[in-house]
Write a protein that binds this ligand. Structure first.
Ligand code: ZN
Length: 473
């Protein structure tokens, strides 16, 4: 089991976010205990751990007077820690089962707990609940049975209906400070008998971006193979962020620099899978390129990245990453700005030495014809990011560009439905804006069934669904 799971906090005193811990303790001791809580804050800040601790506190059989700290020894505490308590129901709203779980919740909530004093419903990623699920939940929150307790956890409180939020006691989980992270790390260091310097721990905390999960994961990765418990200064220094070594970052930058779009994008897809976060990677890449640039100029001494010697090209790449760093904060899909930077670079011509220094400004496409003629470039930019989206777009036809709106003709309702999904629409709009160098909003419109050749439909269906439609079985 990973360190993060092994060493997740089991009691209030182990919650390292000082303010959240205090707020939870106070509420647990108040005369009127809340029936519904909302734990709101970024990933990896301990919301789920805290929810389980609250479940223990309200159900502990040996609670001391004037302290909400669960004993962690009674049968109730032990069952909740082990995850075997039938009356503590964890629902992952992000999973397909979310809606069924809420229905079941509504049906079964009136039943008294099987063993514990309180039935505790922990609803993770609560913002992912469907409208129907929220309505069901709201009904329950309006008249909660005395034996029930709800703890909603979310990374995106803005997406919760205000009617639900107003019925909850909101506890804010902020990003952990370096001191709070070090406190959490020290617990692991002690238990695992690791040897690491105070500076080493501070460095781990620094690159973990306020996340306990990242910090603990990073510490685990730093343990050298072969049984030694000593984590050297060198090992810590080589890490840029959890899962990313300085060598891996250099390799990726080298791919981007050489315009090897496909491998560079593949690298990113793998990185996202492994939990790297776009904002952190973008900042790490910028910091590294800055070093390389200053190194080239002879200002500082740094390890060069082979192949990254052209100063103009370095500057150009830095600029593209700086744009990505700004966009990553507001992008609907947070991986997209960095992916787009890679694609855009792959498409642009290698930088020729500019006669006049200054920012290179691409000329915006103006006329309608010109914009429509650039549509294939939009498709080409979409393809490495999402094959099935590109296949869908190929089955459409751009028709009109007026007042910043690109009207796209769609021939099938199910194409329109897919293309209008928020993440797809956002992706195409951002790419079109980049390629056409003018703000683009996209409207898909439906024009009945076009007489399309069967083989076209089959081809598109195969590409979209990744199946062999003709073959059958
Ligand atoms: Zn107990």
């Amino acid at each position: 089991m990973s360190f993060y799971l092994t060493y997740r906090p089991q009691k209030l005193s182990q919650l390292d976010l000082v303010l959240s811990r205090q707020a939870i303790s106070d509420s647990l001791q108040s005369k009127i205990k809340p029936h519904a809580w909302l734990f709101s804050g970024p990933k990896g800040t301990g919301k789920t751990s805290s929810a389980r601790i609250v479940a223990k506190s309200v159900n502990c059989l040996q609670l001391k007077k004037h302290s909400p700290e669960p004993c962690n020894r009674c049968s109730n505490c032990v069952a909740i820690t082990k995850g075997t308590a039938l009356d503590v129901i964890e629902i992952d709203a992000a999973s397909n089962r979310g809606i069924d779980d809420i229905r079941e919740l509504r049906d079964k909530i009136k039943l008294t707990p099987a063993v514990l004093k309180y039935k505790v419903y922990i609803i993770d990623e609560a913002h992912m609940l469907t409208k129907e699920a929220f309505n069901a939940l709201l009904k329950t929150l309006e008249e909660p049975p005395v034996h029930a307790l709800f703890i909603l956890a979310t990374t995106e409180p803005d997406k919760l209906p205000p009617t639900v939020v107003s019925r909850c006691l909101v506890i804010q989980f902020n990003q952990a400070t370096p001191e709070e992270l070090v406190r959490a790390l020290n617990r692991v260091v002690k238990q695992e008998k690791l040897k690491i310097s105070a500076e080493g721990l501070a460095r781990v905390a620094l690159v973990s971006d306020g996340s306990f999960r990242d910090a603990v994961k990073l510490l685990e990765q730093l343990i050298p193979p072969g049984g030694s418990r000593q984590i050297s200064v060198e090992r810590v220094a080589g890490l840029v962020q959890p899962g990313l070594t300085s060598q891996a970052l250099d390799d990726w930058l080298s791919l981007v620099f050489k315009r090897q779009t496909k491998p560079a994008i593949d690298w990113l897809q793998q990185a996202w899978k492994e939990g790297l976060r776009p904002k952190q990677l973008t900042l790490a890449a910028i910091a590294r390129l800055r070093q390389v640039l200053l190194g080239q100029l002879g200002v500082i001494e740094t390890k060069a990245i082979p192949g990254l010697e052209d100063i103009d090209a370095l500057k150009e790449l830095l600029k593209q990453l700086l744009v990505a760093a700004i966009e990553v904060k507001t992008s609907v899909i947070d991986t997209l700005p960095l992916e787009l930077a890679v694609v855009a670079r792959g498409q642009s011509e290698p930088a020729a030495p500019a006669p006049v220094p200054g920012p290179a400004v691409a000329k915006p496409a103006r006329s309608k014809e010109k914009i429509l003629s650039k549509w294939p470039q939009v498709l080409a930019a979409v393809k490495p990011l999402n094959h099935s989206l590109e296949a869908l777009l190929r089955a459409t036809e751009p028709a009109e560009f007026t007042d910043g709106f690109l009207m796209i003709k769609v021939y099938y309702q199910f194409h329109k439905d897919r293309l209008e999904e928020e993440r797809y629409r956002a992706m195409v709009e951002q790419i079109a804006t980049k390629v056409l160098v003018t703000p683009v909003k996209i409207k898909y419109f439906f024009e009945g069934l076009k007489p399309v050749k069967d083989e076209d439909i089959i081809k598109t269906a195969e590409e979209v669904f990744g199946v062999d439609v003709q073959g059958g079985d």
